[in-house]
Design a protein around this ligand. Structure first.
Ligand code: ZN
Length: 92
């Protein structure tokens, strides 16, 4: 696979995750700067995966199964937002 194909694949993979999240209502179709940053970072991580710490299965994103702890961000100590697909959930 050429670097160009790899880049295009990473973008497509992240866009599919975002579109699925919009369809099921986990992510708004209105884009904010925060959303753009999350999506661009998700693409960068697809191309160059960081060495990540994985959370336990019960804390994984219920939508896409994300387990990398740096992709699962706590907001106000109330819920977690998955930066891969935008799903917000309360781990329990
Ligand atoms: Zn997710």
């Amino acid at each position: 696979m050429t670097p160009e194909q790899k880049t295009a694949d990473a973008i497509r993979k992240v866009m599919i995750a975002v579109q699925n999240a919009i369809e099921v209502g986990h992510r708004s179709s209105m884009i904010k700067a925060d959303d753009l940053v999350e999506v661009l970072l998700a693409i960068a991580d697809e191309l160059d995966p960081p060495l990540a710490t994985l959370v336990a299965f019960e804390f994984a994103c219920p939508h896409c199964g994300e387990r990398r702890d740096d992709h699962l961000v706590w907001h106000d100590d109330e819920f977690v937002r998955c930066s891969g697909c935008g799903t917000e959930y309360v781990p329990d």
